[in-house]
Design a protein around this ligand. Sequence first.
Ligand SMILES: NC(=O)c1ccc[n+]([C@@H]2O[C@H](COP(=O)([O-])OP(=O)(O)OC[C@H]3O[C@@H](n4cnc5c(N)ncnc54)[C@H](O)[C@@H]3O)[C@@H](O)[C@H]2O)c1
Ligand SMILES: [Fe+2]
Length: 388
Amino acid sequence: MHPLGKKTITSYQNHLPRRVCFGRGQLDHIVDRCKELDRSRVFVVSDTGVEAAGLLDVTLERLAESGLLCGSFAQIAPEPPIEQVDQLASLLKESQSDLVIAIGGGSVMDATKVAGVLAKHSGSARDYVGIGKVPSRGIASILVPTTSGTGSEATFVAILTDKSTGNKAGVVSPHLLADVAIVDPSLTDRLPVQITAATGMDAMVHALEALIAKCSTPLARGLALQSAGNIGWALEAVVQDPSNLRARDAMSLGSHLAGMSFANSSCCGVHALALPLGGRYPIPHGVITGTFFSEVMRLNASACAEEFGDFSVALGWGNLSTAEFCNRIETLAQSIGLFDQLHRFTIDADSIQDMAKDACANRRLMDPNPVAISEQSAQAIYRKLLKV
Ligand SMILES: NC(=O)c1ccc[n+]([C@@H]2O[C@H](COP(=O)([O-])OP(=O)(O)OC[C@H]3O[C@@H](n4cnc5c(N)ncnc54)[C@H](O)[C@@H]3O)[C@@H](O)[C@H]2O)c1
Ligand SMILES: [Fe+2]
């Protein structure tokens, strides 16, 4: 592999969390991490699923015993709406917290990233939607993923739901980067198998989109292939046997590396098509990206032969042709049940046109895609995959 493939890049920037603590048991040291940041009023954010899985109690106890805990909120909704992020920001302000800890999947981490900014600045999350609208860092943050999927603990993107437009809204700014990311695979040990499958496939999409994006950087390309080396064997293994802890570890690492990768490159067409659908229907993000993956890659194939080959080898699939590679992705999504999960939702045929329009209007995600995707092609993909 040439470090930049066929691309010519003359300049780039890289962004990473200030500190990453990876490994089983890392969350046990949460009090030390807070003290090292020299913060004394700590607020914990999560959701009901994570709380019910018993992943909050010990951390809340440790923080309370050390006198650091000033509040908690464990009600973040999946794919969080803008209004809820504004409410969370009010709670952070009322409690005068100077450090916020998110323990959860992408929904909890994304809501926390934006609320942490609002706690220091004025206004609504809506004011910060777009690229580079956040003026400076918010209160300090520690992000702790409990799914192996979004890699949000490593990125400076937060995706919120805008109920007024039915679309998803991205807040994008390096000021969202975590002070500390704690990636403790033990938190994923009892993640239900359907969520494991969907979030794991989302991580694979992040890695490949980061590799093929027109704006990929040398760091992103290396991270994407390392991510594939983990997810390639571990995703099917963990879906077959959710008690396989080696596979859980590899999925945690793979999704984190993929997050760092696309933070230093971009997601592309799969995510551009996913966001309008996820904003209108309560379909889990990874179910959408996982099922749209192969079809969008078929469109990209003519421009990505080298990258698909490298990625396929890194996954452990061998040097497949582009067609074989896309077929293999589709078979994987089928075999881990993602198409079954997608087809439980009924889609209104009238929404297809608007979704295709919104997808193509998302220049942040469409411009880096290696092949231009027209509204017509986007509509065709929606119709084929959603069976409308
Ligand atoms: N910021 C980014 O860079 C980025 C990237 C991709 C996706 N996203 C966004 O992230 C969100 C999706 O995040 P997600 O896929 O992690 O899912 P999620 O955070 O919505 O969680 C899905 C479900 O899993 C449950 N859950 C989480 N961890 C659990 C555990 N360990 N045990 C039991 N249940 C658990 C939650 O309670 C929830 O019900 C979407 O809004 C998506 O748009 C963000
Ligand atoms: Fe994603």
